[in-house]
Design a protein around this ligand. Structure first.
Ligand SMILES: Cc1ncc(COP(=O)(O)O)c(C=O)c1O
Length: 385
C-alpha cells in the first residue's frame, strides 16, 4: 500500500479541545505561573464534581498520587501491599519508595484486571500465616474498571485499604460509579498519552477530607501552619502547576467526547474483520477503550508485528509485561492462576493505535496495513482463553 501520510500515527497522542490555551492565557495574564493559583482549585472542584466525589487533589503526576495515597494510609517499611501484576511499573514503584513489600496478584481472563478469585486465595493464605497486607492497589487497565464489588468485599473483610489506580480509566464506569471513586483513595494520571492530559500531572480523589488535606500538606513540603518555615516531618514537591491545571480544565470539558471517540476507534477495529481477540468489555460497567487492546492469533508474534507497523510509521505496543516477571521485583511474592493469565496476555497481547483525532480514513489505512501483514502470515484463529 502506498503511504501518503505526512505524520506518524502514535498510540495515544494528546488531543486538544480548543479552550486549553484560553485557560493558560489567563494564567499568563494574571501571572499565576506557579504551583499555586486559581486554576488548581477550580480543576480540583471540577474533577470532584465530574466524578461525584468529595475531594480531588491536583498533583504533578499519577505516580505522585499513588505515593501520597500510600503515605496518607500509613503504609511504611515492611508493610505488605498487594498490586495487580498486569500494569505499568508506576503502579508499584511507590510501594518501594515507602520501603514496603509489593505482592502481585494475577489477572482475570474476562476483564484482564485483578482476579477476585486469586485475591481471595491470597488473603486467606496471608491471613492464616499472619502476613495480611495493609493495602491493595487495584489497577483499572486500558480504560476498564476491575470488578470492584467482590474486591471491596474481600478487602473490607480482611481490613485492607484499597487504592484504585485509575490512571488509565478516567471516564469509565463501574455499575453506576465512575472508575476511581470506589476505593478508599483513587488515582488518575494526566500524562500526555492519557484520555485527557495536562502535559503531565495526576489527581488523588477521596471521600475523606482529612486524607485529602494530608495529601495537600505532604505535596507542599509538609509546611506547618506558622509565619516562619516550620517542619515536623518530611514532605514532597508534588503539587500540580497552575498552568497544567489550566490545560486540565480545558481538557475536562471534552472528556465525554473523548470517551465516545475512543469507543468509536475500538468499534472500527472490531468491525474490520481483523483476526484479533479484543479485551472483553465486562457487563458490570462501561469501558472507555483508552487503548484498544487485543490478542494476536497463535502464529503471529507481537514483536515482528510491531516492527512491521513501525516500518510504516505506526506505533503499537505490547501489553504490559507483568510485574512479577520483572527483574526489579524478582524477590517479591506473587499469587497467580495455575497457568498465569497475565503472562498469557503479555505473550500474545498488543495495544493498537487509539488516538481520538485519528480519522476513519487514517484508521482504515492502519487496518489495511495489518490486513496485508496477516494475509502474508496466514493467521490461525484468534486466541481465546
Ligand atoms: C496504570 C498506571 N498507573 C500509574 C501511571 C503513572 O502515571 P504518571 O505517568 O502520571 O505518573 C500510569 C501511566 O503513566 C499508568 O498507566
Amino acid at each position: 500500500m502506498k503511504n501518503i501520510r505526512a505524520e506518524p500515527i502514535y498510540l495515544s497522542p494528546p488531543h486538544l479541545g480548543g479552550t486549553e490555551a484560553d485557560y493558560v492565557g489567563e494564567a499568563f495574564r494574571d501571572n499565576w505561573i506557579a504551583p499555586v493559583g486559581p486554576h488548581i482549585k477550580s480543576f480540583e472542584e471540577e474533577m470532584a464534581a465530574y466524578c461525584g466525589i468529595k475531594r480531588a487533589v491536583a498533583l504533578s503526576s499519577g505516580t505522585a498520587a499513588i505515593h501520597l495515597a500510600l503515605h496518607v494510609l500509613g503504609i511504611g517499611k515492611g508493610d505488605r501491599v498487594y498490586c495487580s501484576t498486569l500494569t505499568f511499573v508506576a503502579s508499584a514503584n511507590p510501594i518501594l519508595y515507602q520501603q514496603a513489600e509489593p505482592v502481585f496478584i494475577d489477572s482475570d481472563s474476562k476483564t484482564w484486571n485483578m482476579s477476585p478469585e486469586v485475591l481471595e486465595r491470597a488473603l486467606k493464605f496471608d491471613a492464616a500465616r499472619g502476613k495480611l497486607p495493609k493495602a491493595c492497589i487495584v489497577v483499572n487497565l486500558y480504560g476498564q474498571s476491575a470488578d470492584m464489588k467482590p474486591i471491596i468485599q474481600l478487602c473490607r473483610k480482611y481490613g485492607v485499604y484499597i487504592i484504585e489506580d485509575a490512571a488509565e480509566s478516567l471516564g469509565a464506569v463501574y455499575q453506576s460509579s465512575f472508575s476511581g471513586t470506589l476505593g478508599d483513595i483513587g488515582v488518575f494520571s494526566f500524562n500526555g498519552n492519557k484520555i485527557i492530559t495536562t502535559s503531565g500531572g495526576g489527581m488523588l480523589v477521596t471521600e475523606r477530607t482529612d486524607w485529602a488535606d494530608q495529601a495537600v500538606y505532604l505535596a507542599t513540603q509538609a509546611k506547618e501552619a506558622a509565619e516562619h518555615y516550620e517542619h515536623t516531618q518530611y514532605g514532597y514537591n508534588y503539587r500540580m502547576s497552575n498552568i497544567s491545571a489550566g490545560i486540565g480544565r480545558g481538557q475536562l470539558r471534552v472528556l465525554n467526547r473523548r470517551v465516545n471517540e475512543k469507543r468509536t476507534v475500538y468499534q472500527r477495529y472490531a468491525e474490520s474483520g481483523l483476526p484479533f481477540s479484543y479485551m472483553p468489555e465486562a457487563s458490570y460497567g462501561k469501558a472507555t477503550r483508552w487503548l484498544t487492546a487485543a490478542l494476536l492469533p497463535e502464529n503471529v508474534l507481537p514483536v515482528p508485528f510491531i516492527q512491521k507497523l513501525r516500518g510504516e510509521r505506526i506505533e503499537a505496543r505490547r501489553v504490559w509485561k507483568p510485574l512479577h516477571m520483572q527483574p526489579l521485583f524478582k524477590h517479591a511474592d506473587s499469587f497467580l492462576h495455575e497457568s498465569s493469565i497475565a503472562e498469557k496476555l503479555f505473550h500474545r497481547g498488543i495495544c493498537l493505535p487509539s488516538g481520538t483525532a485519528m480519522t476513519a480514513s487514517i484508521q482504515q489505512e492502519v487496518i489495511s496495513i495489518m490486513e496485508e501483514y496477516f494475509q502474508q502470515s496466514n493467521p490461525q484463529e484468534a486466541v481465546v482463553f
